[in-house]
Write a protein that binds this ligand. Sequence first.
Ligand code: ATP
Ligand code: MG
Length: 336
Amino acid sequence: MEEKKKIVFSAIKPSGEITLGNYLGALKNWIGLQDEYECFYCIADLHAITVRQEPKDLRRRVLEILAIYIAAGLNHEKSTLFVQSHVPAHSEASWLLTCTANMGELSRMTQYKDKTAKLKENTSISAGLFNYPVLMAADILIYNTNLVPVGVDQKQHVELARDIAQRFNSSYSDTFVLPEAKVSESAAKIMDLQDPTKKMSKSDDNENSYILLLDPPAVIRRKISRAVTDSVGVVNYTDEQPGVKNLINIVCAIQGIKPEAVVAQFEGKGYKDFKEFVAEVIIGELEPVQIKVKELLENKEALAAIYREGAQKASRVATRTLRKMQKKIGLLPLEK
Ligand code: ATP
Ligand code: MG
């Protein structure tokens, strides 16, 4: 008998255009998991609306991200590719888990603290932003997920999902698999190009702080040439030179090589040569994906067929878990 495959779940939210950080820290690692695991890859639109989104941009981005998933190498015949809001079980399970989570643990989430600290004074903070890790726990738990491939910034949320699952299991009875985060080493955290002490984020206001997956070559060259470095002037891999270190990490994540190899290649050379090289490495990686994305976006019907099929496949699994949760909690079933 064939052994049952372990389950992988991950998602990117359409809160902005996909960045090189999302691609290297998350998406690129998802590709290789498709044969060994049963994978659910989601476009987390319900997470994006924790901060206000322009409706037409949100709709466009969801399709664009699906095209990026496929162009980067996700295969809808192997993996389930779907849009979060198309599977209502996410929202329903999220409420049930909101009643299992507690305010204290949610207040300790560093992302919540970081994101609210960035908001201007007097801007109101949506309750959704506070609750978002619970929705993420629901996303993960309703698929009986074993592994969640994410960047290091999401590790704390996966641990919270695990804590919530454990609490639910012990207050009712064994219901959820306990998930674990899977963080890729070299690309765990791609940093902001203008401030290499913070992570690259798609929702940043300064467009020079990130490389977008769909940035044309000239833009990539310009942004890398403007990336903040230091006055040392020598290509070293050390914490004292966080800007240079970040650029080295980007090359390593793309080429699958060690930092020492990059350092050796630039011995005796300056930052100008180094940055030109980094830009070409990024362009070489992203250009084929960009061409494919363009092609895919020309056939919206084909994309719709993929997300419709994905929603059906995802719903079957998610609804089964949701029914189990409802039953254990004591909600009266509508049907026998
Ligand atoms: P936002 O700023 O709106 O939160 P984001 O760029 O952080 O956007 P998310 O949708 O929150 O993107 O995260 C999607 C995936 O990308 C997650 O697995 C996350 O860990 C990963 N990720 C995000 N930023 C980075 C980064 N700078 N380096 C590595 N991985 C990242
Ligand atoms: Mg994020």
